[in-house]
Structure formats: C-alpha cells, structure tokens
Design a protein. Structure first.
Length: 438
C-alpha cells in the first residue's frame, strides 16, 4: 500500500471536502503555521444554492463553480488533492483513500456534505434525480429540455401531456425554487421556440408531504410562497406524499400522475464516510458534534456543515445552509490557531443572518431576524447575497450579466442538450391515470 510523502515538523491539517465549510477553513488557515491538505473527489468548489439555475438553463455550470486549486493557489502552506475517501481511522489518525493511498493528520476536518435521500427507495434515483452536484443539474436540464423536444413531435395527446408534465417532489427551498424556475422557463424562455406545442401549457406540479411549504420559515411566508407559485402557474399540493415512482408516472395520495420528468428535492442523507468515525450519528447520518464542532473523545476531529448535527444553541439543530458551513469553517480555523498558541477553545456560536428563498423572477421570501417579507425587495436581497457568496470575481461578474440579461429579455442562456439524445422513452402506466387533485 502506498503511503504519503514524508511530513515536515509542522502540524498537518487534513480537510475532507472542498465545499463552503472546507474551503473557508482552508482559507482561514492560510497564515497559520500548519500544513494544509484539501482533498475532494471533484476538482471544483460548487455553489449548491444556485444549482437549480443550471438545471433550468439560466446559468452555465462554470458560472457557479470554481477550481479548488485556483481558489487556494496563493496559499503557500496549502495543497489540493483529487481523491476519494474510503474510511477514517481515528485511532491511528489516518485517512484511507479508494486508490490505496493514505494520509496521517494532526487535525482532521470532515466537511463531506450530504446527498439526497429517497427514504429507502434508492431505486427512484434514476427516475427522479436530485440537485446536489453539477452532474445532477446537467442531467435535470437535459431531461427538462428533452421533454419539450419530444412533445414537439409527439402526435398522441395523452403522451404529449405526459411530456409536458413536470413533477417536483419536496416543498423546501430547493423544491420551491426549482418549481418556480421550471414554470418561468416554460412560460417565458421557451414560448416562441416551438411550432407544434405551446410550452406555456405545460403543467408544473410541486408535491409536499407535509402540511405546508418551507417548514423552517414562518407560516406567513409559507403561505406567500404558495400564493406566488400559483401565480406562476405551479400547481402546489401539500399533504401529498409520494408513494411510488415508476417509468412514466408518479403515485401520490392515491393518484397516478403521468409524467416523464420528475425532480427530487425531498430529503438529505449525510456522507457514509461518517460511519467510519465510530461516533454517534443521527437518523440521517450526521455526526453529533460537541460545542467546538468536534466528535466526542477526539478534539482533533472536526465535523462541519451538512455532515454535522449541532444542537448546542437555542432554536434547535442548525440548518444545513451555506452560512452555517461558512461560519463553522472560519471558527475551526481560528480554533486550530488558538490550540497552537496555547489558548483555550471557545464554543462555536452561529450568528443567524436570516434565510431567503426565491420563487421566481422578482419574487422571493425573506426571514431576516424579526422581519418577514416577500416580493421584489426580498428577491433583490437574495440576488446580491448569493452573488456575494460566489467564489471568484469572474463568477460574480458573469452571473450578474447573465441575470441582468435574463431579467430584461425573459431569456435563458444555457439551453444546451449535451451528449447523445436517447431515443427511447418510458411507457405510460397501464393503470388509470389522472392529474393530482385540486
């Protein structure tokens, strides 16, 4: 088995994951006397909150991603490796990788994020992709655009209706934003592109198993989001649990919905790597961390972002959003610096700056401190906040230009179907089919 190259005397900080938590931790350690290694199975940092913009052809993948090497190239004490973790040995302080390589550490930062959960129905993933990676977004974009292309040449009205029915499962921020973006795509961007169909007649269904949308938001904003989605033409169905997904249909609340395009936004599960830490995990696989974001019995192992369950603050567990990951990353870098300086650790405390969810063009809802509002102002704040968090000046400029163009022209600048176009499609379900109840 291959081993790592000889280590210098300086402490080695090994960071698993190049998301917000890992990247901000690495940045914070740039001037600390340590050797930093950032490991990720992909070579880019991704701004996940805007993945739905790629999935609905508003932005290109490169607009919301930046090479990790490029982001950290000015840090002399930092190296970036492209590798995939297989397990962590906390006793020997060693991380093992799938290619046989292994690396020792003095401090370990686990920021491996999460994937979408299908609640025991993993076979649904091929039929209803989620939004966690660029590959997911490009796949969804291809399926959405292909649905319109196939409807254009489909003479059978029943099958054509299935092509033009888009089902989004899950009423959280991702589901709300995706449903709104698909509704705008069919109403504005594609309205003049076809000759045999009217894209504006496509049906967009948002199915939520709970009693309301955006459950982490106040009730008033949930109601407003539902109202705004319906103004865009989205059919919102709450208390509608999906019970089955098959090729060509979705079953929910006793109804069978014929559709060829399903997008999953209903749940998350943490990285399986956390199981090798031999530490308590919650029901979705997150590590239950101490007040300093470490696991019990191992003050040198930090777990951050979507991989961590932090319950040491009023208001319940911290949400899996990028501001939490950023603050955890910055905190961890400062904590390691304090350790090396012989200073005591302070408990992590998240500063809640509020939450925002966009619904459509000029529409959003905002929960900022004690202020609950929606409309154009919330959308404007959402826009600038998200552009601020994008890594790299080039990305910010490109996104601003793209958004300005889309806003003025109602256009979509990334309507490309990459790769070969499959010719086969799913059959319609043999059982009685009908639309969701109103």
């Amino acid at each position: 088995m291959r081993s790592e190259r000889v280590q210098p005397d300086t402490p080695h900080v090994l960071i698993l994951g190049g998301g917000f938590a890992g990247l901000y931790a690495a940045r914070g350690l740039g001037n600390v006397p340590v050797r930093v290694t950032v490991v990720d199975r992909r070579n880019h940092h991704l701004f996940q909150p805007m993945l739905y913009q790629v999935a609905t052809a508003a932005l290109n993948p490169s607009d919301i991603a930046a090479p990790i090497r490029s982001v950290l190239r000015k840090q002399a004490n930092t190296e970036v490796l492209l590798a995939e973790v297989s397990s962590v040995d906390t006793t020997e302080r060693r991380v093992h990788f799938t290619d046989g390589w292994n690396s020792k550490y003095d401090y370990l930062i686990v920021a491996t994020g999460a994937r979408h959960s299908y609640f025991g129905h993993d076979d649904w993933e091929t039929l209803a992709p989620g939004l966690k990676s660029l590959e997911d977004a490009v796949e969804i974009r291809q399926r959405v655009l292909l649905a319109f292309e196939r409807a254009e040449r489909e003479p059978d009205p029943v099958r054509r209706h299935a092509y033009l029915t888009f089902v989004v499962v899950g009423g959280g921020p991702t589901g709300v934003e995706t449903a709104g973006a698909v509704a705008e795509l069919r109403r504005y961007a594609l309205r003049r592109d076809f000759r045999h169909i009217d894209p504006g007649e496509a049906t967009v269904l948002l199915l939520e198993g709970g009693p309301r949308l955006l459950t982490s938001y106040p009730q008033s904003l949930s109601d407003k989001a539902k109202k705004e989605l319906r103004r865009l033409g989205v059919e919102v169905r709450t208390e509608t649990m999906v019970t089955d997904i098959r090729p060509g249909s979705v079953a929910a609340a006793g109804w069978t919905i014929p559709t060829q395009t399903v997008i999953w936004a209903a749940g998350n599960v943490a990285s399986p790597i956390l199981k090798s830490l031999n530490t308590p995990l919650d029901q979705v696989g997150r590590a239950i961390v101490e007040r300093d974001c470490t696991i019990p019995g191992h003050p040198e192992v930090f777990v951050l972002g979507d991989a961590a369950l932090f319950t040491h603050q009023e208001g319940g567990p911290l949400p899996g959003i990028c501001p939490v990951a950023i603050q955890m990353g910055e905190y961890t870098a400062k904590t390691i610096a304090c350790d090396l300086a012989g200073e005591p650790r302070r408990a992590f405390r998240y500063w809640d700056k509020g939450q925002l969810a966009v619904i459509g063009r000029g529409r959003a809802v905002a929960d900022i401190w004690k202020l609950h509002f929606g409309g154009f102002l919330a959308w404007l704040i959402w826009t600038f906040v998200h552009i601020f968090f994008l890594i790299g000046f080039r990305n910010r400029v490109l996104v601003m230009i793209q958004w300005a163009w889309s806003y003025l022209t109602y256009g979509r600048g990334a309507r490309l179907i990459a790769g070969e176009t499959p010719c086969t499609v799913a059959p319609l379900p043999p059982a009685r089919v009908s639309a969701a109840p109103s």
